[in-house]
Design a protein around this ligand. Sequence first.
Ligand SMILES: C[S@@+](CC[C@H](N)C(=O)[O-])C[C@H]1O[C@@H](n2cnc3c(N)ncnc32)[C@H](O)[C@@H]1O
Length: 236
Amino acid sequence: MSQDESITLYNWILQEFTTSRRAEFVNLIAPHIKLFFQPRDHVLDLCCGTGPISFWLEGQGAYVTAIDFAPYMIDLARQEAARLGSAVNFVQADVLSHPLPAEEFDLVVFLGNTVSDFSLQSFRRLSYKVKDALKPNKQFIIHYIDGLYSFIQGNYPKESIQQETPIRITRCFKGYLPETGAYIDVYKNEASGEVYEYTSYLYTPPLVRLAINESFKFEQSIVLTPRSFVDVFVKQ
Ligand SMILES: C[S@@+](CC[C@H](N)C(=O)[O-])C[C@H]1O[C@@H](n2cnc3c(N)ncnc32)[C@H](O)[C@@H]1O
């Protein structure tokens, strides 16, 4: 996708998640995910973005269903699937409302710190949907960044230039809402004046484990980088 003026700021933010840009992340996380499924297993990739993990899972022999609500992401994913001859079932839908088949999946993954797009209530709701969609004794794997890490280290700048050319895009921290744990960044396209408010939610490892519903048992946490974790939960 070219970075011309027609791209919306939301899509511009999502550009970080193209398959080529996610190659390093896939390489980092793949050995940990590999332990939790077999060839021919059915795997659900929640909030798949452009599908980097979905394609890797399929490459390992899994049958993959992948859901994301951003048309831009699913379009890129389907283009890549056509290019690769992939059979991943990419679905454009909101994971909170899209009906999932009961006890269908051998593994559900929710990666790339996507939990920070979900309020605590939404994440909990999602965890109930995942419970219903998973087969018994199967895993739900969540990868996330400790949202407090950058703040505590003092390296979360209040303002930054995200891109200088071809268009200057800036980011400004607008505020934090303690009652929901939400913090808001405002992105601005300085050429067109377009403004996009991006709301994220702060999660820390204990909060992720508290938020998930009781039908999951916490199995283990893998420290992927000093500030990011891969938590493995098993359906009871
Ligand atoms: C941080 S990106 C991660 C993408 C991918 N998992 C990866 O690691 O490359 C988060 C993705 O979640 C999607 N998303 C956020 N909330 C969603 C929802 N309620 N339903 C479906 N997709 C959602 C966004 O469109 C975006 O593509």
